[in-house]
Design a protein around this ligand. Structure first.
Ligand code: TRP
Length: 391
């Protein structure tokens, strides 16, 4: 027997130094191979999204099958979500950056779920009014990453429940209490909202199939911490007459205070993440105090070079702020060789983050104008008229 892992990854808890290869084995997911990435690259006419190219997305379930179906003329839809508990930070955008890119490349619909109920149940100190308010605030940010207003749909749980409930009810009947307890590790004090909740996160995976009466493949880009939900979804899908959703899993991004601490809004977060609404001075302060892979002295760093793999600043370049492959390669090489010092690298990043946040706020104002129009209130009257054929 191998040693038990010294990390924990569930949708409700991420802790310890995560061994991602080991986690993939524990979860039983597939490796995102160069062959699969080549199939996506071919459709993208040569250029992969950096999150795929640089291995931040590293694991999947059934991506090959989803691409086969697409090639045979049965396109998938994209689905991802966000539990609103506070302002978003840059790493919350990871799945949505990828989704917006996939939406463009494959010309497919996107469904976003905002789970204000989930965060209300999960966070003892948040009121429902607060999670609802954060839900709208977060939604504006997510829509601003570049989704097509004509192909994007939003389930806002406490508002869209009429659309989700029939499917959540079907799902809930197939999920036992002992499954929920085992999959999520719930202690006895867990409220029954959270025990039911996984049925609601499942519902969007089936929605287009339910509405159209034919099996529509679903692809879910998400942090690998969300995989337990979709393991449950996949186990019950075919029994309900729907295709199993495919998944694309990313690693959890490190925070500014060190690569062993994922960027999270739980705990002493303020200085560990760059929030999308941080004023410029805050951005500067946080980046200047961030943990790097640098040496103790300038002289040593010039002589020996620094270590990008343990550096929170390099992680920011890699995941978001240096999308150009040549530029990213240069930063990495100059870091390793000692040509680039941490102070200068940080100032460069500060400039880049200022530009991004400024542009983001503009796009966000535009997104506000159409956000209401993409929230689903109720299912079409014909939904569920033709039961999906068992596959
Ligand atoms: N549970 C997720 C969170 O805590 C929110 C969510 C809902 C989600 N549906 C999803 C995440 C689908 C990824 C994919 O943020």
């Amino acid at each position: 027997m191998p040693d038990p892992p010294d990390f924990v990854v569930t949708p409700y808890e991420v802790k310890g130094r995560i061994d991602y290869a080991r986690l993939r084995e524990l979860f039983g997911t597939q490796e995102l191979t160069p062959e699969l990435l080549d199939r996506v690259r071919a459709k993208a006419e040569g250029a992969l999204h950096p999150l795929l190219e640089r291995g931040i997305y590293y694991s999947h379930r059934d991506l090959g099958g989803i691409l086969d179906q697409y090639a045979q003329g049965n396109p998938f839809f994209l689905y991802s979500g966000r539990g609103p508990s506070g302002p978003l930070h840059t790493s919350h955008l990871v799945p949505f950056d990828l989704c917006a890119w996939l939406q463009r490349v494959f010309d497919v619909p996107m469904y976003i779920q905002i789970t204000d109920d989930e965060k209300f149940w999960f966070r003892p100190n948040l009121t429902r009014a607060e999670t609802r308010r954060w839900g709208m605030e977060n939604l504006y940010d997510l829509l601003a990453v570049g989704f097509d207003p004509n192909k994007t749909h939003v389930f806002f749980d406490t508002r869209s429940i009429a659309a989700l409930y029939p499917l959540a009810a079907d799902a809930a009947k197939k999920i036992t209490y002992s499954t929920a307890k085992a999959v999520f590790g719930f202690p006895p004090s867990t409220n029954i909202g959270l025990i039911f909740y996984t049925a609601l996160q499942t519902a969007p995976s089936f929605y287009p199939s339910w509405v159209t009466g034919r099996p529509v493949p679903c692809l879910i880009p998400c942090g690998i911490d969300q995989d337990p939900h979709f393991r449950v979804t996949r186990d019950i899908a075919e029994g309900l007459g729907y295709p199993k959703p495919g998944l694309l899993h990313s690693q959890m991004l490190p925070g500014l205070l060190g690569v062993d601490r994922v960027m999270s809004t739980t705990g002493d977060v303020a200085d560990n993440a760059l929030f999308l609404n941080d004023p410029p001075k805050e951005v500067e302060r946080k980046i200047r105090k961030a943990f790097t892979g640098g040496r103790a002295t300038v002289e040593e760093q010039r002589r020996l070079g620094a270590t990008p793999e343990i550096c929170s600043i390099w992680a920011a370049w890699r995941s978001k702020f240096a999308p150009d492959a040549k530029e990213f390669g240069q930063i990495t090489d100059d870091c390793r060789s000692g040509a680039l010092l941490c102070g200068d690298c940080k100032e460069n990043l500060i400039g880049r983050v200022h530009t991004f946040l400024g542009e983001h706020q503009e796009r966000r104002e535009k997104a506000k104008e159409w956000a209401e129009s993409v929230i689903i209130d109720r299912p079409p009257a014909t939904a569920g008229a033709t039961p999906a054929p068992p596959s």
